[in-house]
Design a protein around this ligand. Structure first.
Ligand SMILES: NC(=O)c1ccc[n+]([C@@H]2O[C@H](COP(=O)([O-])OP(=O)(O)OC[C@H]3O[C@@H](n4cnc5c(N)ncnc54)[C@H](OP(=O)(O)O)[C@@H]3O)[C@@H](O)[C@H]2O)c1
Length: 288
């Protein structure tokens, strides 16, 4: 297989769908990792028709389920051997406190553990692809310090705090992994897509039936999904950025992350805590 392979999570709607379209246009065989086969196949069909390109492939993983992630990664690696680009994009804002079947707060499970688990499961293929890039979609609505109590349980839980903390963890993961992969020809960067009119924004509104009109109004905020995909696409594909790693991009350009996300002691704490909570250590499998 000579073509370059991209895997993108959360590809069936929102920024992920628009990004997937751009990746296929940039020449990638684009694997659409979605929560169900129905969603993935329907998106393959729709994007193939919209772009007139036969470069979309379906894949399935419910990102709160570590076994589903491993199974999807195995299938992708069996089929392609190499992965040249991974876009960790799928994300949630939960209107209410929810836990996964493992008892993990769901925002943490999808937004942080989902990125770490998918990256780790695909790592053998990412290490084999030359000039590989990993793009982690975060948000400028990130927290500025590490505070795992934001996920500690239903008491005192706040949807925006859980989201902000998960997006801070995306930055920490990006910078620590980038350093560990130095010399392995894998670039790892984070992006903020801007404020984009997607369903994600509805999650910030309390689940009160009287607030239904407010939920609809959130859709009027923000830019188009195509514009929201631009920074991810630039960081994923721009040849000028070859070799650029461990950076954070907004509006297509480098921007400054919070100091703590670059702090080595914080990175170690977050990595170890992630291994304890999620059973996955992103430093494993890199050496050799
Ligand atoms: N929209 C914004 O203004 C904004 C701003 C800053 C950052 N971001 C970031 O951009 C990324 C994409 O967000 P978006 O705005 O495009 O959101 P969106 O339209 O709500 O799309 C979210 C995607 O994630 C998938 N997903 C959610 N939970 C999942 C799970 N448990 N397993 C598998 N897939 C799951 C969804 O699949 P289903 O359709 O199956 O639910 C959907 O494809 C997120 O990381 C978000 O934090 C967005």
């Amino acid at each position: 297989m000579s073509s370059r392979v991209a895997v993108i999570s959360g590809a069936n709607r929102g920024i992920g769908r628009a990004t997937a379209k751009g990746l296929a246009r940039a020449g990638f065989e684009t694997v659409l990792l979605c929560r169900t086969l129905e969603k993935s196949e329907a998106t393959v069909e729709a994007l193939s028709a919209e772009t007139r390109l036969e470069r979309f492939l379906p894949a399935v993983a419910e990102l709160t389920d570590p076994e589903a992630i491993d199974a999807a990664a195995r299938e992708i690696l069996d089929r392609f051997g190499q992965v040249h680009l991974l876009v960790n994009n799928a994300g949630i804002v939960n209107p209410e406190y929810r836990e996964t079947s493992e008892g993990i707060e769901e925002t943490l499970a999808v937004n942080h553990l989902g990125y770490v688990r998918l990256t780790s499961a695909l790592l053998p293929g990412l290490l084999r692809g030359r000039g590989t890039r990993i793009v982690n979609v975060t948000s400028e609505a990130h927290a500025k310090t590490f505070d795992p109590s934001d996920f500690a349980g239903p008491k005192g839980w706040k949807r925006h705090r859980a989201y902000m903390q998960s997006k801070f963890l995306n930055l920490v993961f990006t910078f620590d992994l980038s350093r560990r992969l130095q010399g392995k020809r894998i670039a790892v960067n984070a992006v903020h897509p801007g404020l984009v009119a997607t369903r994600l924004l509805e999650g910030f509104v309390a689940p009160n039936p009287f607030l239904a009109p407010v939920r609809v109004l959130t859709r009027l905020m923000g830019t188009s999904e195509a514009k929201g995909a631009r920074t991810s696409l630039r960081v994923a594909t721009d040849p000028i950025l070859t070799g650029v790693t461990g950076e954070y991009f907004k509006k297509g350009e480098r921007t400054s992350p919070p100091d703590e996300s670059r702090d080595r002691a914080v990175q170690d704490r977050v990595r170890q805590w992630t291994a304890e909570v999620g059973g996955v250590d992103w430093s494993e499998g890199i050496e050799g």
